[in-house]
Ligand binder design. Sequence first.
Ligand SMILES: [Cu+2]
Length: 162
Amino acid sequence: MPRSRTLASVLLVIVATGLLGTSAFAAPADGGQVTSGAFHNLAAGTTRGFHLSGRAQMVRTGASTTKASVHIAGLRAGSTYAVHVHNAACNVGDAGGHYMYASAVSGGKGSGHNEIWPGPVKATGNGVANGNTSVGGRAGANAMSVVVHDTDGTKIGCADLT
Ligand SMILES: [Cu+2]
C-alpha cells in the first residue's frame, strides 16, 4: 500500500475512534447487548412535512440495566416531543404500543413507571434533539423500536432496534 494511503487509513481510524469515544452510542465495556437503528418518518410524519433522521440505541447490561439513547434530526425548532420504546417493529402497525415491563422499574417515566423513555426531547434551533435514559431492568425482546410522537401525540417517526 502506498505510504500516503496507509497514513490516510490510520488517520481515518483515529478520527472514527475519537467520534465513537465521545458519543452516547459507544459500546459498553462489558459487551452488553446493543441494538440500534436509524430514525425515519412514519406515514403521518411525511404527511406533516417532517424529514426525520438520526439514530436510536439500546444497551441491555446484565439482568438489571437498560439504557436508551436517541439523536433525532428534522424536528421543529423549539417543540418538545415524546420519545419512547415501542413493542413492535416500525412497519408493524406503526410500531404498536408502548413497551412495558411487567412491573415498575426505577427511572421509568410512563404512567406506570414501567416504560422506557429517552425523551421527551426539545428540539434546538436546528431541529435536532438528544435524549437518553437508564432504567433498572433488562428490557425484554419485544422492546423493538423507538417512536417519536408529534406534540399532539401522533406517531411521526420510528427507529427499529435491531
Ligand atoms: Cu409511543
